[in-house]
Design a protein around this ligand. Sequence first.
Ligand SMILES: NC(=O)c1ccc[n+]([C@@H]2O[C@H](COP(=O)([O-])OP(=O)(O)OC[C@H]3O[C@@H](n4cnc5c(N)ncnc54)[C@H](OP(=O)(O)O)[C@@H]3O)[C@@H](O)[C@H]2O)c1
Length: 273
Amino acid sequence: MTSFETPVENLVLVAGATGGVGQLVVGKLLEKGFRVRVLTRNAKKAEEMFNQRVEIAVGDIRKPATLPAATQNVTHIICCTGTTAFPSTRWEFDQPPNLIEWGVTFLNPQSSQAKAKNSPAKIDAQGVTNLVAAAPGNLQRFVFVSSCGILRKNQFPFSILNAFGVLDAKEKGEESIINSGLPYSIIRPGRLIDGPYTSYDLNTLLKAKTGGKYGVVLGTGDKLSGDASRIDVANVCVECLFHLTSSRKIFELVNQGQRPPVINWESLFCQLE
Ligand SMILES: NC(=O)c1ccc[n+]([C@@H]2O[C@H](COP(=O)([O-])OP(=O)(O)OC[C@H]3O[C@@H](n4cnc5c(N)ncnc54)[C@H](OP(=O)(O)O)[C@@H]3O)[C@@H](O)[C@H]2O)c1
């Protein structure tokens, strides 16, 4: 059952809009007729990317004071923020580590998390918690891009992926959303493929297709593994807004099997326990 037909009063905030999945989410929302506000740390980047077709709210999910202006009057939030699972320049260390310090960083996950300003703990756990706290009480849906492996952190290969705590941090983010009482959809994709389309413009994003090769498989209980197309992760984020059957659900997404001519999202959501 479709819950609504994109009424004009809907305003969707996309956090992480300049990222691989986020850009595709924005493209898909515009295609479906939603009004879109993007939360970004870099207004210029967002302006160039989205051709003035979105509202821009400058903010940072680590800084709670920057969030109320961004979340004001929004009806839905789609959160696709993230950083690398392993230490990189995107973790924003105070001073760029030299070669020896990089070695120490890799040998000491706890201390590297503490030294980094934009680590998974800062974004996926604390940042998401801040965004949830700033959400309007009458929000219709909080959609969160989490990750496969949350319930398999001690199993290979997820034990390696979690060496620097990315899955621990995503789990804390999930808990904040669930405990908030807001209606949510939590997506746990497999390894992301397709894109990011960071050097493309909006028209290219609107045309992004999966190549039509693989079907979409959703599952619960964190049992699925495999690749997930950023395009289908973006598709499911937006489809969740149309389907009440996706509310208060936590599910994995991977691409497997033959792709049907049309993906029946309602049927996929209904199969979830
Ligand atoms: N890579 C994988 O295989 C994989 C697997 C499963 C799940 N995931 C998850 O899937 C999601 C999307 O991945 P992706 O590769 O498409 O993302 P991405 O390209 O890495 O984009 C991340 C986004 O987060 C934003 N961001 C980072 N720190 C922020 C902060 N402090 N405040 C506000 N925004 C911030 C970035 O904005 P700026 O432009 O300002 O940096 C960017 O828009 C992520 O949550 C990731 O953890 C990834």
